[in-house]
Design a binder for this molecule. Sequence first.
Ligand code: FAD
Ligand code: DHB
Length: 393
Amino acid sequence: METQVAIVGAGPAGLLLGHLLQRAGVESVVLEARTREHVEQRVRAGVLEQGTVDVLTETGVAGRLHREGMVHRGLELRFGGAGHRIALSDLAGGRAITVYGQQEVVKDLIAARLEAGGEVRFEAEATAVEDFDGDRPRVRFRAGGEEQELRCAVVAGCDGFHGVSRRAVPAGALSGFEREYPFAWLGILARARPSSEELIYTHSDRGFALHSMRSPEVTRNYLQVAPDERLDAWPDERIWEELRARMATDDGFELSEGEIFDKGITPMRSFVAEPMRFGRLFLAGDAAHIVPPTGAKGLNLAVADVRVLARALRDFFERGDEAGLDGYSDRCLRRVWRVQHFSWWMTSMLHRMDAGDPFEAKLQRSQLEYVCGSHAAATTLAENYVGLELEDA
Ligand code: FAD
Ligand code: DHB
């Protein structure tokens, strides 16, 4: 098997890259370890930045997104029993976010690719990425019980944090920067109407809670839990009780409840691999970096990477121009570190930190009051949350 660009992984990064390349006349094959059903049903992020919506719109894959997505122009920070609205759009030049599940974006991208005659090999697990220091790299993969090989000119490693692409890089060529947090998120989807028109990020003595949604009938809620928490310790009633307790307000906020039909625990980590390019291997999305989900950035960062990569690959295959490929890593890392800082900042401000540290709790409270009371501080949150328009990104 042979192609121009071998894309490892059919998450948002790999699928969008395939879509953008197809439109630019560059051939690619996407290899995905799991089944189509699995990747279409994997529940993850839900907040799309304006720039993410724009690229999906401009490239013709946002029909359903515009029909079903929910445009939000503000969010609530809740602490001390009261809510405070951050007017995102007023503070950030009119830009907004759209609430639309990641797995819906994935479904739309798979449908578009198959309709355009592009190839996605499901249940094709890459086992090795080789020879990327020359101009004929190869991806070995296992499909239908057989070892196979995909030859190409460029490999795009879009296989997430646990994939093979980053691990193919020789030790010493890559620097990793990492931080682990002493908590995780328990996330649920429930058949319950949203209790608010906008997202609610709650800081409470009992820990962080987030109220989000997917549609007028479905809510998505998250709770800060211990990093080694087990799902079976959280029967439905305990989840609702804890959400109610953390989100309670002095004026009697009522959380609507319903049948929980999805439950999962997500660890919290910050990670960056530098550089993001090794010869003809390019890392994009979670394969290169992970952010804690508090800033709602993981998916948006993956999209920003592949926009830069698709443009660079178009110039390379069209005109032999390597400038874009040479600048890929530096250009992406500028955004990556801005987003790392924002995600770390939101995480640190909103979660219950070391239980025995009242000093920390006082600092958090002061910071929250400042963000809600100062136009300048609220603008900092807003412009980062809707997505900064960094040069070239
Ligand atoms: P992924 O979506 O991870 O896609 C990688 C793909 O590669 C997968 O389909 C995988 O099956 C495939 N793959 C892996 N190894 C191989 C291989 N060897 N061969 C072939 N294919 C392979 N972000 C938020 O903003 N909010 C959230 O609430 C949130 N929740 C999350 C929950 C979980 C459990 C996880 C893991 C992430 C969450 N994120 C969240 C982050 C966000 O979903 C990711 O940033 C986003 O999915 C990144 O997209 P990606 O395409 O880079 O990687
Ligand atoms: C959602 C996830 C996030 O990480 C976040 O910060 C806001 C919303 C969500 O899944 O809806």
